[in-house]
Design a protein around this ligand. Structure first.
Ligand SMILES: C[S@@+](CC[C@H](N)C(=O)[O-])C[C@H]1O[C@@H](n2cnc3c(N)ncnc32)[C@H](O)[C@@H]1O
Length: 292
């Protein structure tokens, strides 16, 4: 084992014309490697891949997640919707990585999340660490389970923001009902979907220990037609963008199923109480979309 490691280290170092000949040098390298590993654990609080899923900070700060968030929000900004100085309800907010998009635009935001450990980190980051942020007084944070929303919740918001949440729900229709009830202008919905032209919802088990998944251990993959029709029943106008974010999980061709093992296929929906006239939106399910 050590010999194999030594020869691969040597192979690497050969490229730089360096050779590990002394046993002590080799053991020093191993010690350095262990030291680096300890440092990594101390700095990140994480020991292995599975820990990453359990820890709110590590999970949501993963480069893959941050990249997905950036691509989705630059796409949202490109749609030219009126998102300035509005009242916003955010659901399934995680640790609040999307919330600044609305706060920076002068919105008053009630940001909600179902999982207590995410809320703890959310409050710590936004209310304590970033308590000096100029628009912090526009932010309220609360626990809300959108699978089982409180029947007596009577507040309404101009914008309801539901990105990355619907497919982690056991009862997607209950959540859509709730969000439609709270929404006086725009519902912005982004979710993983299943391919196909039938209205269907595929239910799937999820790992509830993973802090970015279903809090009840049960998720779903609705088809685009199912989502579009359910929104149409509750909103006067329903649109889809002509563009998709610059991200591999957002297909641009819905005419043939592309196998993406282990990867979600995602889509964005805009439901509205008012008619929207925008070259960025169509009022039907497009066969194809383009990159923004
Ligand atoms: C994939 S993360 C999405 C976070 C963020 N909205 C985003 O798009 O990056 C899903 C979030 O939904 C939360 N969640 C899962 N089930 C929920 C439920 N029934 N009610 C509210 N939040 C829930 C999870 O705890 C997690 O924070």
């Amino acid at each position: 084992m050590k010999t194999a490691l030594k020869s691969s280290v040597n192979r690497l170092l050969n490229a730089f014309d360096v050779h590990v000949t002394k046993k002590t040098t080799f053991y020093n390298l191993l010690a350095k490697e262990a030291e680096n590993d300890n440092l990594r654990r101390a700095l990140t609080g994480v020991g292995n891949d599975r820990d990453v899923q359990f820890s709110p900070l590590e999970n949501f700060n993963h480069l893959a997640t941050l990249g997905l968030t950036k691509r989705r929000q630059e796409h949202l900004a490109s749609l030219g919707l009126d998102l300035v100085n509005r009242t916003v309800l955010e659901v399934g907010a995680g640790i609040g990585d999307h919330t600044g998009f609305f706060l920076d635009r002068g919105c008053k935001v009630l940001s909600t999340e179902g999982r207590p450990e995410n809320l703890t980190v959310f409050r710590e980051r936004w209310l304590r660490q970033f308590g000096w942020y100029k628009n912090i007084h526009n932010l309220e944070i609360a626990q809300l389970d959108v699978d089982h929303p409180p029947a007596n919740f009577a507040r309404t918001f101009e914008v309801v923001y539901c990105y990355g949440v619907l497919y982690h729900l056991e009862h997607p229709l209950t959540a859509i009902d709730f969000m439609a009830r709270c929404c006086t202008s725009l519902l912005l919905l982004e979710t993983s979907v299943s391919f196909g032209w039938e209205e269907k919802v595929i239910h799937a088990e999820e790992d509830r220990a993973n802090v970015s998944q279903s809090i009840h251990g049960q998720g779903c993959h609705p088809s685009r037609p199912w989502i579009f029709s359910r929104l149409k029943e509750r909103f006067e106008y329903v649109y889809m963008p002509v563009t998709q974010p610059w991200h591999e999980q957002f297909p641009t061709d819905w005419t043939s199923k592309v196998e993406t093992p282990g990867q979600a296929q995602r889509a964005v929906f805009v439901a509205s109480r008012q008619k929207l006239s925008s070259p960025m939106l169509v009022d039907h399910l497009p066969d194809t979309q383009r990159r923004m």
